[in-house]
Design a protein around this ligand. Structure first.
Ligand SMILES: N[C@@H](CCC(=O)N[C@@H](CS)C(=O)NCC(=O)O)C(=O)O
Length: 219
């Protein structure tokens, strides 16, 4: 199977997690951010992640991909199906973070030499498109302290919701699929005050799903 992604895309990280968790080999293709024709040709719109299955058919939508790959594996390994339950507290935490996290992430991800930003035109495409969404990138970078204060306070709340370093609610589940990609992206940000339980969880989940963090390149 082939998975088309951008490295910074949290929805793509969801899809990568299920492959890594189940130890399934896949061909990982990171598209340039301004490549419109490949995704449009596969699923009719410019969006990733995209899974191209063994039969050659293409599928979009991260959670559909997660469930498809999980089910394909679960038929071979009884009882391995991903629990779907997500605590309302986790949903509420993610909704809160969603209000501002892109203001920290978007202006940084273009500076990390990620494969989707390997050309100037790919960077320009992203900056142009996302400036319409979060406002001026350098203005957001200048205001980092304000968003860092928010994330640092929110991480204190999250620490109480992490029940195990192995998985937020003790068993690998949809909660991890939703939470880890957001925390992974926050590892791009210098000055995050990671609470111990959150950091241990983040590093553990990175190892379990075989997805690297950005901590060594944080800005
Ligand atoms: N509902 C979709 C959302 C995927 C999504 O928003 N992907 C973004 C990247 S993070 C995308 O491809 N956006 C098009 C663009 O940025 O041009 C899913 O869960 O897969």
């Amino acid at each position: 199977m082939k998975l088309y992604t951008y490295d910074h895309c949290p929805y793509c990280t969801r899809a990568r997690m299920i492959f890594g968790w189940h130890n399934i080999d896949f061909e990982h293709i990171i598209l340039l951010n301004d490549d419109e024709s490949t995704p449009v040709g596969l699923i009719g719109k410019k969006m990733v992640p995209i899974l191209v299955k063994a039969d050659g058919t293409a599928m979009g939508e991260s959670l559909d991909i997660v469930r498809f790959v999980d089910n394909a594996t679960a038929t071979q390994q009884a009882g391995s199906r991903l629990p779907e339950n997500v605590r309302p507290e986790i949903e509420a935490w993610l909704a809160e973070i969603n209000e501002y996290q892109n203001r920290l992430i978007m202006p940084r991800c273009v500076q990390l030499n990620l494969a989707e930003f390997a050309t100037q035109s790919a960077i320009a495409y992203f900056v142009n498109k996302k400036t319409a969404y979060i406002g001026d990138f350098s203005e957001n970078l200048k205001n980092s302290a304000q968003y860092l204060a928010k994330i640092n306070a929110d991480l204190i709340d999250l620490a109480d919701l992490i029940h195990s370093p192995e998985a937020t609610n003790g068993v690998f589940s949809m909660e991890d699929i939703l939470l880890f990609p957001i925390l992974r992206n926050l590892s791009m940000v210098k000055g995050v005050d990671w609470q111990k339980p959150v950091l241990t969880y983040l590093e553990n989940m990175s190892a379990q799903t075989k997805i690297d963090l950005f901590s060594d390149r944080a800005i």
